[in-house]
Design a binder for this molecule. Structure first.
Ligand code: UTP
Length: 289
């Protein structure tokens, strides 16, 4: 079955980026001139996804506004001859069928994904974490969908992370199948040093089968007292098998300050409008250091 649906969990509290995220969802933090979540929706669409459910919560209404039409603004852009910007703005509302659902309590990523059960039905679906922006020629989600089509199991998007950081992520037990494709047989969220299985970690993307929902129902709170998607995926790996793809592209973690700055600087350097000026500015800053 083709993967046509995606879930974007975007209901986290974003405590690592306070106070910016007190009133502004971290998923709406701009990378130059586009909010993070728009990059993620565009990646899903470029990967062949047609229906997207964004999981939000109280105070995240501006995510809905961003993907909605804004007739006054569109009219103003048209009447003042700003056709290019009009096209760019109106295109946002036509990217995909976008649905919203509120996670009523912030009980963790696993709980957020479980809220998508009736939207997903009996189909495989992609999960794109709302604070992980991945930029690359070949959309990361598309790389995972191809592996799903080839191997028929759930698929994890993985990359190696520095050893000093692994305890902040998950750690996977993997065996190489070919090239950048692995079989995954075990995983742990936020491992202590003695529990690290490899430096491969799940970074922001996966393709899941609907079996995950029954598993999530039974998953008790794990690391941090939250219902961890990793704990449920571990059960899925053991019962149905799981593939992992060491995806290409650069991942920016919009959930932490350094990640936000890296995303802004790197995207600004290649931006068609400000790229050259920003490069000159950055050089002058470096020269003065
Ligand atoms: P994170 O753990 O990175 O998000 O979750 P957080 O809870 O906002 O992080 P802190 O507070 O800075 O530590 C990864 C993704 O899962 C979503 C987040 O919005 C993020 O996109 N999430 C997390 C939910 O949708 N619901 C939750 O209960 C937790």
């Amino acid at each position: 079955m083709k993967v046509k649906k995606a879930v974007i969990p975007a209901a986290g509290l974003g405590t690592r980026v306070l106070p910016a995220t007190k009133a502004l969802p971290k998923e709406m933090l701009p990378i130059v001139d586009k909010p993070a979540i728009q990059y993620i929706v565009e990646e899903a669409v470029a990967s062949g996804i047609s229906d997207i459910l964004i999981i939000t919560n109280r105070g995240k209404g501006i995510i809905e506004d961003h993907f909605d039409k804004c007739p006054e603004l569109e009219q103003k852009l048209l009447s003042s001859g700003k056709k290019d910007m009009y096209n760019e703005i109106s295109k946002i509302t036509e990217l995909a069928n976008i649905y919203f659902l509120r996670q009523k309590e912030t009980k963790g990523l696993g709980h957020a994904v479980n809220c998508a059960r009736s939207f997903v039905g009996n189909e495989p679906f992609a999960v794109l974490y709302g604070d992980d922006v991945i930029i690359g020629e070949d959309p990361a989600c598309a790389q995972l969908i191809r592996a799903y089509e080839e191997y028929g199991h759930a698929v994890l998007g993985i990359n190696k992370v520095p050893e000093k950081d692994i305890s902040k992520y998950s750690s996977l037990k993997v065996e190489n199948i070919k090239d950048n494709i692995f079989k995954c047989t075990d995983m742990i969220e936020k491992p202590t040093p003695d529990k690290v299985m490899s430096l491969y970690s799940i970074l922001g993307r996966c393709i899941l089968t609907p079996d995950i929902f029954d598993i999530l129902e039974r998953t008790a709170p794990g690391a941090g007292g939250e219902i961890q998607l990793t704990d449920a995926m571990k059960t899925l790996a053991v019962t149905t098998g799981m593939t992992a793809v060491d995806f290409t592209g650069t991942r920016y973690d919009m959930g932490n300050k350094l990640g936000i700055m890296k995303a802004c600087v790197e995207v600004a350097l290649t931006h068609r409008e400000i790229g050259n000026d920003f490069r000159e500015y950055l050089k002058s800053v470096l020269n003065n250091m």
